[in-house]
Design a protein around this ligand. Structure first.
Ligand SMILES: [Zn+2]
Length: 196
C-alpha cells in the first residue's frame, strides 16, 4: 500500500497535481482524487477508510488527525495571543467595579444622569451599601458613560475573537490535521511519504 501525506489545507487542485506528478513519475495511471467526507480521528482509521474506498478508477483521500505525533510546543503566535488574552482579562476584571464610585469628581453636582429614564442619582451612593452600582435603580439602564461602556464591549469582543484564534491554534498543535491519499493499494510496501 502506498500513501501520500499533504498539508491539511492543501487545495483540491494542488493535491491532484501532486498525485498526478507521482503517478507520471512511477508509470501509473493518472486518476482523479476523491476526497472522502469528514476528518478521520486517527491515522489508523484513515488508512482503514481509504482501503474501504479503494477503486481502480480513482484515488481516495481523507483529512486525518495526526494522533501519532506528540503535541508540539505552542508557537510564537499562540504564545502572543495567550499574553494578549491575559492583558484583556486584567482589563475586563474591572468591568463590574462600581464606576461612579471611583469617578465621583466627574459627576456634575455629585449627580449622575441616567441615559435611560433621565433620573439623577447621587454618585455618593454608587457602590455604597444599599446604594446602586452601575445600573439605574429606577429603570436598570447602565449608568456608566457611553465611551466607558463601549470600551468594555470592545475589549470583550476582542477577547472572544482572540480566544477563538488561540483555541484553534492549540487544537491544531495538539492534533494537527493532514491529508492522506491512497496512491496505490497494491504496492507491496507500506509507505507514507512525500516522494514524487
Ligand atoms: Zn434610569
Amino acid at each position: 500500500m502506498r500513501l501520500m501525506e499533504c498539508d491539511g489545507d492543501v487545495t483540491a487542485e494542488r493535491l491532484q497535481g501532486l498525485v498526478d506528478g507521482w503517478a507520471c513519475a512511477h508509470g501509473r495511471p493518472v486518476l482523479p482524487v476523491i476526497m472522502l467526507d469528514g476528518v478521520s480521528p486517527t491515522v489508523r482509521d484513515a488508512v482503514d477508510r481509504l482501503t474501504a474506498h479503494r477503486s481502480g478508477g480513482a484515488r481516495p483521500a481523507t483529512l486525518c488527525h495526526d494522533d501519532m505525533m506528540p503535541a508540539a510546543r505552542p508557537g510564537v503566535r499562540e504564545t502572543r495571543l495567550g499574553a494578549r488574552l491575559e492583558r484583556l482579562r486584567d482589563r475586563l476584571a474591572a468591568r463590574n467595579d462600581a464606576w461612579w464610585a471611583e469617578h465621583r469628581d466627574e459627576a456634575p453636582d455629585g449627580l449622575v444622569p441616567c441615559p435611560g429614564c433621565g433620573s439623577r442619582v447621587a454618585a455618593a451612593r454608587c457602590g455604597a451599601a444599599h446604594g446602586w452600582r452601575n445600573h439605574c435603580p429606577v429603570c436598570g439602564a447602565d449608568m456608566r458613560p457611553r465611551p466607558v461602556r463601549e470600551r468594555f464591549d470592545a475589549w470583550k469582543r476582542e477577547y472572544v475573537q482572540v480566544r477563538e484564534e488561540r483555541d484553534t491554534l492549540r487544537r491544531l498543535r495538539r492534533r494537527p490535521v493532514f491529508t492522506l491519499v491512497l496512491l496505490d493499494p497494491d504496492d507491496t510496501d507500506i509507505r507514507i511519504g512525500w516522494e514524487s
